[in-house]
Write a protein that binds this ligand. Sequence first.
Ligand code: NAP
Length: 194
Amino acid sequence: MPRILILGANGQLARNTVPFLLEQPNVELILFLRRAKRISNPDPARVRIVEGDVLDQAVLEAAMQGQDVVYANLAGAIAEQARVIIAAMQATGLKRLIFISSMGIYGEVPGEKYRSVLDPYRDSAALIEASDLDYTILRPGWFTRDKSVSYQLTQKGEAFRGHDVSLNSLSDLIVKLALDPALHRRSSLGVSTK
Ligand SMILES: NC(=O)c1ccc[n+]([C@@H]2O[C@H](COP(=O)([O-])OP(=O)(O)OC[C@H]3O[C@@H](n4cnc5c(N)ncnc54)[C@H](OP(=O)(O)O)[C@@H]3O)[C@@H](O)[C@H]2O)c1
């Protein structure tokens, strides 16, 4: 029965993924976000909403109490966010982290450089990879609203294939990762439409 803390719960991909997670009968969620009044609780028996900023380590540690999985769906100062998340997980004894990043952080997309715009994503991945957490970093292509679930994975060190991926594909993968702590443990995966 995984208890999953979703950081950045008002993000586009997080909002897409919550219904996928709630299809699983035994999953419980905390939706962690700034300005919580923006969302309504989809299932009060299994979902709690917590208002907070990820950069506030004390608030984050309080939200992590009793959780099994941290699913980080963040943007912005993502390296600093990763640093605080890692510290809070270490302080609370949590191991499993699913972290949404981006394609291109290792220069793995043929013909694309992405340069400094991805520096915070590179830095956050390096911090996570250097930690002792059971992380899975997802490096998606551009999100699409295509309803289908169809994706291929590439490992770190492999060239990225394709350029986009449906939100539903990512949500499907996130559910699998949240339910199985060993799945793609300590991996950084490119995700694109098959
Ligand atoms: N869109 C694409 O095609 C694409 C492709 C590849 C990778 N990505 C990356 O995938 C990630 C997820 O995408 P998305 O579309 O779901 O992102 P999004 O809609 O921009 O959501 C990111 C969320 O992070 C939250 N956040 C930022 N700083 C925070 C903080 N200090 N404390 C708490 N929450 C904070 C934001 O909260 P507020 O609402 O409060 O600002 C926002 O809801 C992003 O990093 C994005 O760059 C996107």
